[in-house]
Structures are given as structure tokens and as C-alpha cells.
Design a protein around this ligand. Structure first.
Ligand SMILES: O=C([O-])CC(=O)C(=O)O
Ligand SMILES: [Mg+2]
Length: 548
């Protein structure tokens, strides 16, 4: 137990048992029970934190599906937040796929069916003009992180309307579980402008606005109102834009990135994790970055975000911008991004090359000879046998990154990538795959998930009270993640640090990112002599506090 000052607003009795941030249930001590009006509201037995964790694990073992475990864990968070975090932090490898992708995707599909208690703020466009007032309804006043979505592109699942609220909740769970960001300072936000998902509009249990999505100037001015209201109500808050459709994600980031503390995780976080994977893969092959050639399947905000970060990292490796761009090629539903195409959005234009059109992915591979292919298309199984075999013909160690989420939308499975490349692929996917047996070898697929990047960047932003989030912070984070991969991991084919040690890995990444923040003059606190000790001192821990 840790001691701290008694909160002035400490509730008593049943109210205390119903306050998840303070509730310890059967772990309240005899003294606390007497002082706080809890006698008789609990059985006589006084539990330890460990005993309560053991009870959680026993109950989880009785659930037969990951959805059942997801619902159980979210209810636990509604009841005893400390125990929820203690549980998921006790075994990130086991619990990450439940509180986050892939299970969170399934949860979002049916969120209106499984919802118990609301968590976070719902901002309906029908309440325009009142956003600041609504944000003030949130009970916490020192909010440092908002993850906000409008539900239009939830993972690779598309428009899930307000059911997408599972994503901001899940991402913020990871900020705390994987980087110790205090949960009290995190706020999930759902912007409800309607949905174009017909099935949801017909579902009697759907909880969002029953109208088609509002677009255009009305949408833009509502988002403006939101960003402005956050500055007013929570002045130290960083806004993470998440799972917006491309048509909004790119302009939103462009509009606000230099004005307020914000970033887009699907653009910048995904880019950071991809660059980390590439840098680690090159440690494995010993080849220079400047000689790599990447072909993307998918040219949305994730694809262009990754490509743009790769271009910046290649420039830091000595290439000119034009040379670096020549090493990043994008391919979407209408084929290769080439200058003659007239269907490209302005954010895609910089990645269109002076080259003949091509609308067959394998042909594009054969002519461009990429060293790596990166899947951000949400098209399941698009990296088929012909694709993987073509990559394996061209490269001793082909880089194959099917990044689309959840697992059902990955461009290929780990098993397929390994089998069709005779075990030579350097593989990482966005959602996890189990180990693969190939002959007498067991290959362990890497998970190139944003969880390696955004919680650590978040911890650094939180500790330094950074005023802006820059691309350089994601490059620093990517380098730091790649540096955490041990020689033994590389020898085993792993290009990301083991998820089991995510908390310590995040701290190391956060220290480097914090250094970048201080160097750029973006911190609002004085630079401490011992940066790591300072970062650690700012972290929240999943332990019960002694309340009296
Ligand atoms: O959540 C993840 O794992 C990656 C991500 O942001 C997405 O796919 O939208
Ligand atoms: Mg996302």
C-alpha cells in the first residue's frame, strides 16, 4: 500500500464502494472501514491486493471467450480501477489482445449491446455551441489526454458510429497499462455526427444519433468548437485523433498540429511503429536504410503517414527528399500512385511518381523490386501466395508487414508469410498472431502495434507538459523502440521488444522522447538532471492507496 494525503473529496460508505478510482472492496483495512462508514457493507475478511487479483484471475478463467473476458474486465474497471490495471499489467501478452486489438474490434461492432456503464464524454453535433459546458460535466478537472474519434474508420472495420467508443477507451487503457499515465487524467471522447452504417441505424440497441453523417463546413466547425473548448477547459491536454476516416483525419491534423498539442495516432503513431520495425529489420539484415525500397498496399492516412516518416528518416540518413520519395511507392484500389492519375487527394499527390500506371500488385512488385511491403489497406488476404512468393524471389529476407487491424483484416497471416517465403520473411503484423511451426523451427511473429509508440510518447508529453507533438518525437520513439530489441530477439526473428516488458520499454522510449522535447524547447517544465528518475516519478502505479 502507498500512503498519500487524504483527498478532500473522499466519499464514504456505499458511495466509496461505487467510486472505481478509490474502491478497494474487500481490501479496505479495519481502520478504513471504521473511519469511512464501511463496516457491515463488506464481509469480515480483509483481503490483500494479491488475493483480489487471484479472485479476478479465477473468474477470468471461467470465461470461455475473449468477448466475455473483455466485458468482465471493463466491468472490473467500473468497479475497482486499480485492480483492473493490476490485472492487465500482470500479463500484457495475455491481456493486450483482450483490452485492445483484436478483441476491442469485436467489442466495437456490438458496443451498443454489451455496454454497461458509460465511460467518457459523448459530444453530439446536435449540441453544438455547448461543447465547453459539456466538457465541464466531466468530474475530473486536470485532463492531460483525450483520445477522440468520430467512429468513421474503426480499425479496419469501417464506420461503427458511436460504437467506436471502445477505441478511445482501449487506447487510454494502454496509456496507463503500458506507460503509467495516470488514469484520472485520461478522457475518452466520442464525436457523434451520425453514422452511414445502415445495420447500426436499424439496430434497436444502437445508442448514437440516428442520422447520416454530417459533413462539410458544419462538421468542420463542430470540430473547431471541440478543439477550442478543450484548450479552454483542459489547457494542459494533448488531443489524440483516432480512427477518423482519411477525408477528415488528414485535414484535421494539418489544421491543428502547429496550433495545439495534438497528434493523429493512425498517421503518426502507426508511422512510428513501422519505422521502428524497419530499423530493427535492418539491424537483422545489416543492409542500409538508404538502399531500401518500400511498396505500400493502401494509400490512406496510415500509408502516407508511414511513407512521410520514412522519407524524413531517409533524409536523416543522407538522401535528398526526392531520392527518399523514389524509395516509397503506394498502391491502392486504383493501382499504383502515379502522376497521371486524376483521382488522388492532395495528401496523396506528393507520393505519386512519374511512372506508367500499374494495376496489378504482383506486377508492381516485379517492376519496383521492393525490399519491403507494408499493408495498410484493411483488405484481408491481399498479400496472397503470388505476392509473398514474388517478394521471396527478389529478397533474401523480404520485409512483410501486414499492419491492418484487427486480425481478421490483416493482409496475410504469419503462417502464410513464413510458409510462402520458406521461413525467410521478416514479419510483423498490427494484431497478434500465434507462433508458427515450419519444419523443425518455431517462428515467433512480431506485433507491430502502435502500443510500442503512443503510450511512451504520451508519457513523455505528460511528464514534460509539452506544448506540441512533432514528427521528430515519433522518429526518436521509433529509434528508441528499435534500439530496445536485443540481439537475442533479433536472432529469434523478432523486430519489436517483447510485449511482456512493455512498461520498461516505454520508459526508455519516453526518456529519449522527453530529451527531444527539451531540445526543441517544447517543454513547460524545467529540464531535470536525471530524466529517467523524473519520468519514473511521474508515473501512476496500480497499487491501492491507504486512505486514512
Ligand atoms: O489500434 C491499433 O492497433 C492501430 C490503429 O490505431 C488502427 O488500426 O487504427
Ligand atoms: Mg487507430
Amino acid at each position: 500500500m502507498t500512503k498519500g494525503p487524504l483527498p478532500a473529496d473522499l466519499p464514504r460508505g456505499m458511495d466509496l464502494l461505487h467510486t472505481p478510482r478509490l474502491n478497494k472492496g474487500t481490501a479496505f483495512s479495519e481502520e478504513e472501514r471504521e473511519a469511512l462508514g464501511l463496516v457491515g457493507l463488506l464481509p469480515e475478511g480483509v483481503d490483500t491486493e494479491e488475493n483480489r487479483l487471484r479472485r479476478v484471475m479465477l473468474q477470468l478463467d471461467k470465461k470461455s471467450t475473449d468477448m466475455g473476458r473483455y466485458i468482465f474486465l471493463q466491468s472490473l474497471a467500473d468497479n475497482d480501477r486499480t485492480l483492473f490495471y493490476k490485472a492487465i499489467m500482470s500479463d500484457p501478452v495475455r491481456f493486450m489482445p483482450i483490452v485492445y486489438t483484436p478483441t476491442v474490434g469485436e467489442a466495437c461492432r456490438t458496443y451498443g449491446h454489451i455496454m454497461r456503464r458509460p465511460k467518457g464524454i459523448y459530444l453530439s453535433i446536435n449540441r453544438r455551441g455547448r461543447v465547453a459546458e459539456i466538457l465541464r460535466n466531466w468530474p475530473e478537472k486536470d485532463i492531460r489526454f483525450i483520445v477522440v474519434t468520430d467512429g468513421e474508420r474503426i480499425l479496419g472495420l469501417g464506420d461503427l458510429g458511436t460504437n467506436g467508443m471502445g477505441i478511445p477507451i482501449g487506447k487510454l487503457n494502454l496509456y496507463t497499462a503500458c506507460a503509467g499515465v495516470p488514469p484520472r487524467m485520461a478522457l475518452p471522447v466520442m464525436i457523434d455526427v451520425g453514422t452511414n452504417n445502415e445495420a447500426l441505424l436499424r439496430d434497436p440497441l444502437y445508442l448514437g444519433l440516428r442520422q447520416p453523417r454530417v459533413r462539410g463546413p458544419e462538421y468542420d466547425s463542430f470540430l473547431d468548437e471541440f478543439v477550442t473548448a478543450v484548450q479552454e477547459v483542459f489547457p494542459s491536454c494533448c488531443i489524440q485523433f483516432e480512427d477518423f476516416a482519411n477525408i477528415n483525419a488528414v485535414p484535421l491534423l494539418q489544421r491543428y498540429r502547429d496550433k495545439v498539442c495534438c497528434f493523429n495516432d493512425d498517421i503518426q503513431g502507426t508511422a512510428g511503429v513501422a519505422v521502428a520495425g524497419i530499423l530493427a529489420a535492418l539491424r537483422m539484415t545489416g543492409k542500409p536504410l538508404a538502399e531500401q525500397q518500400f511498396l505500400f498496399l493502401g494509400a490512406g492516412s496510415a500509408g502516407t503517414g508511414i511513407a512521410s516518416l520514412i522519407v524524413q528518416v531517409m533524409q536523416q540518413a543522407g538522401l535528398s527528399e526526392a531520392e527518399a520519395r523514389q524509395r516509397c511507392w503506394l498502391f491502392d484500389v486504383n493501382g499504383l500512385l502515379v502522376e497521371s492519375r486524376n483521382d488522388l487527394a492532395s495528401f496523396q499527390r506528393p507520393f505519386a511518381h512519374a511512372a506508367p500506371p500499374a494495376n496489378d500488385f504482383v506486377t508492381a512488385i516485379e517492376s519496383l523490386k521492393p525490399t519491403g511491403i507494408i499493408g495498410v489497406s484493411a483488405v484481408p488476404r491481399a498479400f496472397n501466395q503470388l505476392v509473398i512468393e514474388a517478394m521471396a524471389r527478389l529478397n533474401e529476407r523480404p520485409i512483410i508487414f501486414p499492419y491492418s487491424n484487427p486480425t481478421s483484416h490483416a493482409e496475410c497471416t504469419a503462417e502464410e508469410a513464413y510458409r510462402w517465403s520458406e521461413g525467410r520473411a521478416i514479419f510483423a503484423s498490427g494484431s497478434p498472431f500465434p507462433p508458427v511451426r515450419l519444419g523443425d523451427r518455431t517462428l515467433i511473429p512480431g506485433q507491430g502495434n502502435n502500443v510500442y509508440i503512443f503510450p511512451a510518447v504520451g508519457l513523455a508529453v505528460f511528464a514534460t507538459e509539452a506544448t506540441r507533438v512533432t514528427d521528430q518525437m515519433f522518429i526518436t520513439a521509433a529509434r528508441a523502440v528499435a534500439a530496445q530489441v536485443s540481439e537475442a530477439d533479433l536472432a529469434a526473428g523478432l523486430i519489436y521488444p517483447p510485449l511482456s516488458g512493455i512498461l520498461e520499454a516505454s520508459i526508455h522510449v519516453a526518456v529519449d522522447v522527453a530529451r527531444t522535447i527539451f531540445a526543441a524547447g517544447l517543454a513547460r517544465v524545467d529540464e531535470p538532471a536525471d530524466l529517467e528518475a523524473f519520468i519514473r516519478s511521474r508515473m501512476w502505479q496500480a497499487h491501492y492507496r491507504q486512505l486514512i
